[in-house]
Write a protein that binds this ligand. Structure first.
Ligand code: SF4
Ligand code: ZN
Length: 273
């Protein structure tokens, strides 16, 4: 996943998974002096929620002496998740938040000249996403590995993708690491939450099922990729990010949310803390 000279951006939300990932990569990175590690937190603008996470992230980065950068939806897109959630939209808040956060992470990583972006998705997240993609018939997401990419693309890695959530939680407790305790006020609305509960119940009765689901979707993806013609991600006509379509999903969403935008995605340089 990682090379000895990588500039690795760790997506640090302040939750148990991302703080565990940051600590593990910090330990590994010390054995590879040419590699660089920087933590990047996306502030979606959710009052009473994100502030705690940012404070915890700062504390951990300070203790480990790792540079820490925060990018905000407000600065990048001219709106916050509180703005989005206060309107009557076609989709639920998490659908906008997920797409815009991915874009914010890309933008932050690009400014920091990252060669890899490490996210802390665990086995539970991957299992939930696999089922969500199947439920939505989202073939583009099921086929997560493009054959060819044009546009501004920084490879992503998920070092904890085969680690169950219970184990990342145990790691955070065992290492006495602080992590965010407050749940997001918009989280309950998501279908993902229902799938999470269902998968946890099933896993209790059928241990190993989460792993089996992830592997099954991987196999499905590989066999479809092997039979169809090469899949190309091209540069979004509006922002340049890679997309299978003419325009990326984030730009489409921003247009719907802000019909007359004063800005779509600001490009400025960043300094690490
Ligand atoms: Fe965003 Fe939904 Fe996660 Fe809240 S629960 S941070 S709205 S994706
Ligand atoms: Zn775009």
């Amino acid at each position: 996943m990682l090379e000895p000279r990588d500039v690795i951006i760790v997506a640090l939300s302040g939750g148990k998974d991302s703080v565990a990932l940051l600590q593990i990569l910090w330990k590994l990175e010390r054995r590879f002096p040419p590699a660089r590690l920087v933590a990047l937190t996306v502030d979606e603008g959710i009052s009473g929620y994100r502030n705690e996470a940012i404070a915890i992230s700062r504390e951990i980065c300070g203790a480990l002496n790792i540079g820490h950068v925060v990018v905000t939806f407000d600065e990048l897109f001219g709106l916050t998740m509180d703005d989005v959630a206060s309107r009557r939209n076609e989709l639920q808040p998490c659908s906008y938040c997920g797409v815009l956060r991915r874009k914010a992470l890309n933008e932050g990583a690009r400014r920091l000249r990252a060669t890899k972006v490490a996210t802390a998705h665990n086995l539970d997240d991957e299992g939930q996403t696999a089922l969500l993609n199947v439920m939505h018939g989202d073939t583009e997401r099921i086929l997560s590995v493009p054959n060819k990419t044009e546009g501004r693309f920084i490879p992503r890695v998920k070092p904890l993708a085969e680690v169950p959530e219970r184990e990342t939680t145990l790691y955070a407790y065992a290492t006495d690491t602080p992590f965010q305790s407050i749940p997001c006020p918009y989280g309950n609305e998501a279908l993902r939450g229902d799938i999470r509960v269902m998968l946890n119940r099933l896993e209790l009765k059928h241990p190993g099922l989460k792993y089996t689901i992830c592997k099954s979707v991987d196999k499905l993806s590989q066999s479809i990729n092997a039979t169809r013609r090469s899949r190309i991600l091209r540069a979004c006509s509006a922002c340049g990010d890679p997309t299978p379509n003419d325009e990326c999903q984030a730009c489409k969403m921003l247009k719907a949310l802000k019909p007359n935008p004063s800005r779509t995605c600001q490009s400025t340089s960043l300094k690490t803390a």
